[in-house]
Write a protein that binds this ligand. Structure first.
Ligand SMILES: [Zn+2]
Length: 402
């Protein structure tokens, strides 16, 4: 089994400077490689440059710039070039599919936050001082960095990524051969309905409140963002105050991210502990979070009809804030580790179907919160009905599979 671990790093002041430089130099490598591909694409009769071509140049780049590029791990630089290659492959795949994707973009400061070492022992070493009580990770060009290892690492460390979030640094390990930690069977099954009013509702009728961290911290964040916006957008050299303002925003975002992840982990753990089978709807957050297409007004050319974008923007924000996709990822991970079964069901009409008589009608859903069947009169909380339908459908899926 594969598992990821994320640990806070405690670098010294000198190491913090080196980590920043490592990120900066990987970012400029990424941007330079992107520039080269752009130039080739625009000028040289649309010939394209491949990952292999750019990787082959690495040796020269390192020799040419030993102070900066020559200082870091060859493999981590290859990983950065591969990341760019992935961005291009995704771009061309979408072009081919007839979509209109954005061309891969240059990464500004703060938009390139990770350096990956594809193999433990190559430019990096996990637990580099095994005889020391303190766990450390050795990073080429940085040194032995202290790790706040808050839980034991199991399995074999495959890759190590170093990530910057706000002003914190983390090591993310991907391990394989991690033994499963199966939980004893409980005999309980559950369906979950994810919503806006509640983060989720179970088929047992239990509501888990939406934490809305963004809303709670919205004032503070808005204030910090307003302050940041008073500084010029494009500038050669940021002032101390400008940097501090940007850091404040980043810090708040990072705090929200941490709180949300913590909430997701706790919620998922509770579900996994109490149930053998967990059923949920197949989500389409990409479609849900997209803004509606503008509708041109046929009466007055050049103007647009209201399309509900403003109302939807608020909903989008709640959806993104709720972070369902992230939660389901965490849930799936924990389920696999504990030997629990996750069942995905079709989301269609789960909120409109009567769990008692099976009648499907839009009118069954009286309000956001209330369900009342127009045929048999069955009444219940709408989210609870949704979760019950999800569980019922999972039962059908499981019967069909057996
Ligand atoms: Zn009914």
């Amino acid at each position: 089994m594969i598992r990821a671990y994320k640990f806070l790093l405690r670098p010294t002041a000198r190491q913090t400077v080196a980590l920043g430089e490592m990120l900066r130099d990987h970012r400029s490598l990424y941007n330079a490689a992107l520039q080269e591909r752009r130039d080739a694409y625009q000028h040289a009769s649309k010939t394209s440059i491949k990952y292999g071509d750019q990787s082959a140049q690495l040796k020269e780049i390192r020799a040419f710039d030993p102070e900066r590029q020559g200082r870091w791990s060859f493999s981590s630089q290859q990983a950065t070039l591969r990341r760019l290659d992935k961005a291009f492959q995704a771009f061309f795949r979408r072009v081919k599919a007839g979509q209109t994707p954005g061309y891969p973009r240059f990464k500004g400061v703060g938009h390139f936050d990770t350096v990956t070492f594809p193999k433990d022992g190559d430019g990096c070493r996990w637990d580099s001082t095994p005889h020391d009580a303190q766990t450390r990770v050795r990073l080429q060009g940085v040194g032995h960095v202290r790790v706040h290892r808050h839980r034991p690492v199991q399995g074999r460390v495959k890759t190590i990524s170093v990530k910057c979030e706000g002003n914190r640094w983390y090591a993310v390990l991907a391990c394989d051969n991690v033994p499963a930690e199966e939980l004893p069977p409980t005999g309980g099954n559950v369906g979950i309905d994810m919503g806006i009013t509640h983060f989720l509702t179970t088929s047992n009728g239990e509501h888990i409140a939406n934490p809305r961290f963004l809303q709670v911290m919205a004032d503070e964040l808005a204030e910090a963002q307003r302050h940041l916006a008073t500084f010029p957008k494009r500038t050669r050299q940021r002032t101390k105050r400008h940097r501090a303002a940007a850091q404040k925003v980043a810090k708040l975002h990072a705090k929200i991210r941490r709180q949300r992840a913590d909430f997701h982990h706790k919620t998922a753990r509770a579900l996994i502990t109490d149930h053998d089978v967990i059923a949920h709807e197949r989500l389409n957050t990409a479609g849900m979070a997209k803004s509606p297409a503008p509708k041109a007004d046929p009466e007055q050319p050049g103007t647009f009809l209201p399309n509900g974008a403003a109302a939807k923007a608020g909903l989008n924000r709640s959806i993104l804030d709720a972070g369902w996709a992230q939660f389901l990822g965490i849930l799936a991970n924990k389920a696999e580790r504990a030997g629990r079964l996750m069942v995905l069901v079709d989301a269609r009409n789960t909120s409109r179907t009567c769990p008692d008589c099976g009648h499907v009608a839009k009118e069954n859903r009286v309000t956001q919160a209330k369900f009342e069947c127009v045929r048999c009169g069955f009444e219940a909380n709408a989210d609870h009905v949704g979760a019950t339908n999800v569980l019922n459908r999972a039962g059908l899926v499981l019967c069909a599979a057996a």
